[in-house]
Design a binder for this molecule. Structure first.
Ligand code: LLP
Length: 467
């Protein structure tokens, strides 16, 4: 929610949150963002310019309070609006690392992982397998075996995986059925970038509805598989509520179809997808409204079909962590192309935030050391990669900017660090967790040595004459 105070309208102050108790996904800055008497941005009680001096630049700054608030809002809203049992699991593809897994676990959330690496990290963070849900359209047998060993629930995506699971189940020394849920493609369209839409029929994920009866039959005939329930995820960065309502009916119809095969659907997982504000014109529903819609839709779909309420699971990623983090960069050079554009170059770019180049995502920025200065310059914030498309913000409004200023890009908690690369052999930034004036490093900045750690020089290359 942007400030309506006209005095604030033309400076970075307009991006400050309206209250510390709002829905984090409806703000641009973390809930604890403030401006101190040096006109500098503070997050979690820490001055951003001081954090950059202490931990270096670029720097991901994660606000623990915003993350915990979003988790609590999901958890508490399900208690309020869903009469049955409910569970929120964090889609850790948004940002998977030890500290983040630990925080969401301590809020009582489960964790969705989408690879052996994410699973390993969650386990290393001390998360119990009971609270881990394993997704993916091409899990390897080794990944599946690891998940089975830790009693995770496996979100089965396709026939190949079903067959592999049965084989793995047969090979086990002691018999214990493998907990599975079936991911289906519900055929629901929603308005978001085509790369992050997953619910439509033409999707690589999940069982098509036309194959589900055969899948039920297969599952009912293989005692190695313990079917817990059904799952669907319709896409990401969605502002509409209707597709989530429609999904409830589709899932509950298939819960009825499963009964024919003597399968009882105890759990329904509706996926994630709630969007966040990246710009002042974005207007997503609050976490509470999203949960209310989903919970009421499932309860109503059960009532009209005379079904018992299942355990209800939702697996949000972006709306839990997206707004909790900002990325701070240091301004280097600037360049004006007369009559065309003003470029500001920063010390990161598409390697720490690949979303603009991948999805044409739009971001907003403030200058952390000049929060109340008027937004009088139209500028393009360019990353430092050897790639013309490495632009984080095209024609945004900022105060007059000089070399050394600290630019903060907002809303970088989801799918930034987790999608970061070492393109041009840039070292990935550090991440710091801030809370009540304390700052703890949660990801170390990579070093040049880290970059060559996996490199090998075969002997015959070592023996080549040097120029
Ligand atoms: N569950 C499943 C099965 C998913 O595939 C996803 C996201 C989620 C939950 C969480 O969705 P969320 O609540 O975060 O919208 N890299 C893209 C987003 C890809 C989303 C992939 N799946 C981006 O940067 O926009």
């Amino acid at each position: 929610m942007l400030s309506t105070d006209p005095k604030l309208a033309n400076s970075g102050l307009k991006f400050l949150p309206q209250s510390s108790s709002g829905s984090p996904n409806q703000e641009l800055l973390p809930l604890t963002a403030k401006v101190n008497d040096k006109d500098a941005l503070e997050i979690g009680g820490c001055d951003v310019t001081t954090l950059v001096k202490q931990f270096g630049s670029p720097l991901y700054i994660l606000d623990e309070f915003s993350l915990r608030t979003a988790a609590a809002q999901y958890r508490d809203s399900f208690k309020k609006y869903y009469p049955g049992a409910a569970k929120v699991i964090y889609a850790s593809k948004a940002w998977n690392c030890l500290a983040v897994c630990r925080i969401v676990d301590s809020e009582g959330l489960g964790i969705d992982v989408a690879s052996g690496g994410e699973l390993y990290t969650a386990l290393q963070a001390g998360i119990s397998g009971d609270n881990i849900y394993f997704h993916g359209n091409n899990k390897s047998a080794a990944e599946l075996a690891m998940a089975i060993e830790h009693q995770c629930t496996i979100m089965v995506d396709n026939w190949q995986e079903l067959k592999t699971l049965v084989e793995l189940g047969r090979d086990r020394a002691s018999f214990e059925a493998i907990k599975i849920m079936l991911r289906l493609t519900p055929g629901i369209e929603c308005h978001t970038h085509e790369y992050i839409r997953t619910g439509q029929i033409d999707s690589k994920f999940g069982f098509g509805l036309d194959s589900l009866e055969a899948v039920f039959e297969f599952v009912s005939q293989n005692k190695e598989l313990d079917l817990q329930g059904l799952h669907a995820h319709i896409g990401s960065q969605i502002f509409e509520l209707q597709p989530h309502q429609d999904l409830a009916g589709v899932l509950m119809d298939w819960a009825i179809a499963a009964q024919k095969y003597d399968l009882s659907i105890k759990t329904i997982n509706v996926g994630g997808g709630l969007g966040i504000c990246y710009t002042e014109t974005d207007d997503p529903p609050s976490i509470e409204d999203w949960v209310k819609t989903v919970a009421e839709a499932i309860a109503a779909a059960c009532q009209s079909r005379n079904l018992e309420l299942p355990e209800l699971i939702a697996e949000p990623g972006r709306s839990l962590i997206g707004t909790a983090c900002v990325t701070a960069y240091t301004v280097g050079g600037t360049k004006t192309v007369p009559g065309i554009r003003n470029y500001i170059s920063i010390d990161g770019g598409m390697s720490d935030n690949p979303r603009p180049i991948t999805y044409e995502s739009v971001y907003r920025a403030v200058v952390a050391n000049k929060m109340s200065a008027p937004l009088e310059n139209k500028v393009t914030i360019a990353g430092k990669h050897c790639e013309s498309g490495d632009i984080l913000i095209q024609d945004g409004l900022l105060p007059r900017v000089e070399s050394g200023d600290i630019i903060v890009i907002m809303g970088t908690g989801a799918y930034n660090y987790s999608m970061a690369s070492n393109y041009n052999r840039l070292t990935r930034p550090a991440a710091v967790l801030v809370n009540r004036g304390e700052a703890n490093l949660i990801l170390q900045r990579e070093t040049y040595d880290d970059l060559i750690r996996q490199d090998l020089l075969p002997q015959r290359l070592l023996n080549l004459p040097q120029s």
